[in-house]
Design a protein around this ligand. Structure first.
Ligand SMILES: [Zn+2]
Ligand SMILES: [Zn+2]
Length: 220
């Protein structure tokens, strides 16, 4: 026998050795290994009807994936976005055996390693907030709007605080349900000359922390 570490357990027929977690074929002519494979399987799983061996029962030492039906559905979940937004239980529709990023029929994504773990809504990229503050000298108007985008589907909140020379003069707010983005209503006013304006937009939604953006404009 070749290729067997010193002291390794070897099957009775001499074609397999135990590496501590799986049965490995002893380096040998492949057809010989093939002939021995079914015997070794019986031995490894303890299915030897002859009853002449002992110490078998090493279940799980062969790749169980080969035995799974083809095109089985993963069905892990339920999808956290569907649960929150639609109050429905939506399982993963991808083929079983894929990685830990799951997808429901609605197109939501979530992360989950196994059924015992909480499902975490997922986006590719990161949520962002955008503040838009402009002064139009023709109409002598300063106007503010903004939004937040890139969230997992759910309840999205966006808040815009408008400051003039460091004092809050107006707060914009909006809440969007079953959404991945939310936009602020536009607010505008006629500013005093020589004032400094600031617009701070904060977006929040499922799983990820709040995001913020600031714009500043000096009125001549
Ligand atoms: Zn979903
Ligand atoms: Zn899945």
């Amino acid at each position: 026998m070749s290729g067997i570490p010193e002291g390794a357990q070897v099957s009775e027929d001499g074609h397999w050795w135990w590496d501590g977690s799986a049965w490995q074929a002893v380096e040998d002519a492949w057809d010989t290994v093939q002939e021995a494979a079914s015997d070794a399987w019986d031995w490894a799983t303890g299915n030897d009807e002859g009853g002449t061996t002992s110490g078998g029962g090493a279940s799980g030492s062969y790749d169980d994936g080969d035995l799974a039906p083809e095109h089985a559905v993963c069905s892990l979940g339920p999808c956290p976005s569907c649960a929150e937004s639609d109050q429905v239980s939506a399982p993963c529709v991808l083929e079983s055996g894929h990685d830990s990023v799951h997808q429901c029929a609605q197109g939501d994504y979530w992360e989950q390693s196994d059924a015992s773990e909480a499902a975490l809504p997922l986006v590719f990229g990161t949520p962002v907030a955008t503040a838009m503050l402009t002064y139009d000298s023709g109409s002598d108007t300063i106007s503010a709007t903004g939004n937040t985008t890139g969230w997992p589907r759910g309840t999205i909140d966006v808040v815009g605080d408008i400051y003039c020379d460091g004092q809050v003069v107006h707060r914009q707010e909006n809440t969007c349900r079953s959404a991945t983005a939310c936009t602020l209503p536009t607010w505008s006013t006629t500013p005093d000359p020589g004032t400094r304006w600031e617009h701070v937009v904060t977006g929040s939604g499922p799983r990820y922390g709040p995001v913020e953006d600031t714009e500043q404009v000096d009125v001549p």
